[in-house]
Design a protein around this ligand. Structure first.
Ligand code: GN1
Ligand code: MG
Length: 549
C-alpha cells in the first residue's frame, strides 16, 4: 500500500516522539502535548482505516484534553453517528501508536509499521483493506479545542491521512467536543455543506419550540440570573455565539471566558475544579442566581447556587439526572405514555447513594449501574430504555431517545406534553454529553417544572463523600468486577475493605484503577463528614499497604 521510504520520510517529519508507551483509553489518547505527535499521526491512520472499514463513511476526530492542564492534549475518534469509536478498535490504535513509536531509526519504525499493517489488515481490518483496494477514499471531519498545541498536533494527523490515504478532510477549526460529535453525525446523514451554524440553529430552534409551548418569553421564570463559567476554554466563544440569538440572554453573565489566553484554561475554574473542590470557580459572585461551569471542551456541566445560610450548594451530574428523571416521568404521565415508553437512569458507582435512593424510591424510576466511562453509560441507555438518561456524577451525560420513542410520540394525539417530549428530544444533543445543550435542557426543565435552584437542591441531601487518589507503583494489578464496585485483585484487599466499611454508618467505598491517570481512585461515602474522612483514610491505607507487599 505504501513504500518504506515514503513512510520513513513522514515519520522523520511528523513523528518526533518515540520510545514511549501509549494507550488509547477511556478518553482516547491523552498526555503532555510535547509527547503526542506520533500519536496524532497514528490516529490519522486509524481514523482513515475506520472510515474505510465503513466504506468511506464520515469519521470524526477531536483534538482535546478536556479538563486537563493547558500543557496536555489528546485525541479521540468519533463514529459517523456521533458515538465513540468501537472498543474493538482501541487496541488497534494503541498498537499502531506504539509500533510507530518503537525505538529505532525512521526506517526501522516504518518497517515495523508496514509489517503491522500486513498482519492486521489481514485480520480485523479486512473490510478497510477491501475498500482501499477498490479505490474508496476515507472521509474525516476534524476539530480542536483552544489549546496552543492544537494546530501543530492536528497537522501531524492531517499529514498522515492525506499523504497515505488521500483522505477527504473537513477541518472545522475550533469547536467544542460535542459540536464535533454533532456535526460529524449531521455530515454523515448526508446533509450538504454542514457548517457550525447548523449546530446553533438546531438547538435554538429546539429551545424556541419548548419555550413557545410553555410560554417562556425572554425571562426564565425560576431563576434571577445565570452565570456561565466556561473554564476559559472553547465553550466560551461557542456558547456566546449561541446565546447571542437567545431570548433570555439578558439574564446571562459570563465569567472565565478568556479562551484566547491558553494558560488560563481550567485554572481555578470549570466543571472539574468545582466538582472536585466543592467550591465556586474564580470570579463567581452571583449569590442570588444560578451558576454553571463547563469543562475545557464543554462536554460536561455542573450547576450551583448559594443557599439561605450562605453555603455553596452543588448540583452535579446526579442532580441533573434527578431533575430530568422527575421532568420526564411527569411528562410521560401527562401524555398518558408511562406504560408505553420506558424511562430509566444510568449511573456509575460514583453516583451518590442518596441520589440512587431518590430515583428508585421517590421517583420509582429504574436505575442501572455501569462501569466508569461514557461509552458504558451510553451503551446501557441506548439498549435498555426508550428515554435513557445518563450522567456521570462529574456532569458528563445526556439523554437518549429510542426509535420506538419517536414512533409512539408521532402516533399520539397532539398535546402540550406530547409536543414537549418531541421538542426535548431535539433540545438534547444525543450524540454525546454537551454542556451547552444540557444547560438549555436543565433551564427548560426547571422553567417547566417551576423549580428554583433551591427546590432542585433540596429534593434530596447528598451523603457526605470523598474521592481520593493513591499513587501506586503499578495500577494494573487492581482488577475489578461488579461494575467496578468490587476488587478481585490484589487478593484479599476487597475482604479488608468490606470489613472496614462495615464499621461506618451508611458506609460505602470502592477502589479502581483510573483509566485516564496513573493512579488508583478511592471513593467513600458515609453518614457524616467525620466518618467519611476516616473511612477514606482507612481504605487509602489498605490500598497503599497492598501495593507495598
Ligand atoms: C471518577 C471520575 O470522575 N472519573 C472520570 C475519569 O475517568 P477515570 O477512569 O476515573 O480516570 O475521566 C473519564 C474521561 O473524562 C470520565 O468519564 C470519568 O468519569
Ligand atoms: Mg471534557
Amino acid at each position: 500500500m505504501l513504500s518504506v521510504h515514503t513512510l520513513a520520510k513522514l515519520i522523520d517529519q511528523y513523528c518526533s516522539n518515540s520510545d514511549r508507551h501509549y494507550v488509547y483509553g477511556t478518553a482516547g489518547f491523552r498526555g503532555p502535548a510535547a509527547t503526542l505527535d506520533t500519536v496524532l499521526f497514528a490516529t490519522g491512520i486509524i481514523a482513515c482505516l475506520r472510515s474505510l472499514a465503513l466504506n468511506g463513511d464520515v469519521v470524526g476526530v477531536m483534538v482535546t484534553a478536556s479538563h486537563n492542564p493547558p500543557v496536555d492534549n489528546g485525541v479521540k475518534v468519533v463514529e459517523p453517528d456521533g458515538s465513540m469509536m468501537p472498543e474493538l478498535w482501541e487496541p488497534l490504535a494503541t498498537q499502531l501508536a506504539n509500533t510507530l513509536a518503537i525505538k529505532g531509526s525512521s526506517n526501522e519504525r516504518a518497517q515495523a509499521t508496514l509489517s503491522w499493517f500486513e498482519k492486521e489488515l489481514k485480520d480485523q481490518l479486512q473490510s478497510a483493506n477491501k475498500f482501499y483496494n477498490e479505490g474508496v477514499v476515507p472521509t474525516l471531519v476534524v476539530a480542536r479545542d483552544s489549546r496552543e498545541s492544537g494546530p501543530k498536533l492536528l497537522s501531524c494527523l492531517v499529514a498522515g491521512a492525506k499523504e497515505l490515504f488521500h483522505a477527504k478532510i473537513h477541518d472545522f477549526g475550533l469547536l467544542t467536543t460535542p459540536q464535533l460529535h454533532f456535526l460529524t453525525s449531521e455530515t454523515a446523514k448526508g446533509v450538504s455543506n454542514v457548517t457550525e451554524l447548523r449546530y446553533y440553529r438546531h438547538f435554538l430552534q429546539a429551545w424556541n419550540h419548548v419555550a413557545q409551548l410553555h410560554g417562556i418569553g425572554d425571562h426564565l421564570p425560576t431563576i434571577s440570573s445565570l452565570t456561565i463559567d466556561a473554564a476559559n476554554g472553547i465553550g466560551a466563544p461557542k456558547v456566546q455565539e449561541l446565546l447571542s440569538q437567545w431570548a433570555c440572554r439578558g439574564q446571562v453573565h459570563f465569567i472565565n471566558n478568556k479562551w484566547t489566553n491558553p494558560e488560563l484554561l481550567n485554572h481555578e475554574c470549570g466543571a472539574d475544579f468545582v466538582k472536585s473542590n466543592q467550591r465556586f470557580p474564580l470570579g463567581f459572585n452571583d449569590s442570588k442566581g444560578l451558576g454553571c461551569s463547563y469543562d475545557g471542551d464543554a462536554d460536561r456541566v455542573v450547576f450551583y447556587y448559594v443557599n439561605e445560610s450562605n453555603k455553596f450548594c452543588l448540583l452535579d451530574g446526579d442532580r441533573i439526572s434527578a431533575l430530568f428523571a422527575h421532568f420526564f416521568s411527569s411528562m410521560l404521565k401527562q401524555a398518558g405514555l408511562q406504560s408505553q415508553l420506558s424511562l430509566g437512569i444510568v449511573q456509575t458507582a460514583y453516583a451518590n447513594g442518596n441520589s440512587t435512593e431518590y430515583l428508585q424510591k421517590t421517583l420509582q424510576v429504574p436505575v442501572s449501574c455501569v462501569k466508569t466511562g461514557v461509552k458504558h453509560l451510553h451503551h446501557e441507555a441506548v439498549t435498555k430504555y426508550d428515554i435513557g438518561i445518563y450522567f456521570e456524577a462529574n456532569g458528563h451525560g445526556t439523554i437518549i431517545f429510542s426509535p420506538k420513542f419517536y414512533k409512539v410520540v408521532k402516533e399520539q394525539e397532539r398535546s402540550i406534553a406530547v409536543e414537549t417530549l418531541e421538542a426535548f428530544s431535539q433540545l438534547i444533543n444525543q450524540t454525546v454529553g454537551d454542556a451547552i445543550s444540557d444547560m438549555l435542557g436543565v433551564l427548560a426543565a426547571l422553567s417547566i417544572s417551576k423549580w428554583t435552584p433551591q427546590h432542585w437542591g433540596e429534593e434530596f441531601t447528598d451523603l457526605p463523600n470523598r474521592l481520593a487518589k493513591v499513587i501506586v507503583p503499578d495500577r494494573s494489578v487492581f482488577i475489578t468486577t461488579d461494575q467496578e464496585r468490587r476488587l478481585t485483585k490484589p487478593e484479599g484487599l476487597q475482604a479488608k475493605i468490606d470489613e472496614t466499611v462495615k464499621c461506618f454508618q451508611k458506609g460505602r467505598s470502592f477502589v479502581r484503577a483510573s483509566g485516564t491517570e496513573d493512579a488508583v481512585r478511592v471513593y467513600a461515602e458515609a453518614a457524616n463528614v467525620e466518618e467519611v474522612e476516616q473511612l477514606t483514610k482507612k481504605v487509602k491505607n489498605l490500598v497503599m499497604n497492598s501495593s507495598q507487599n
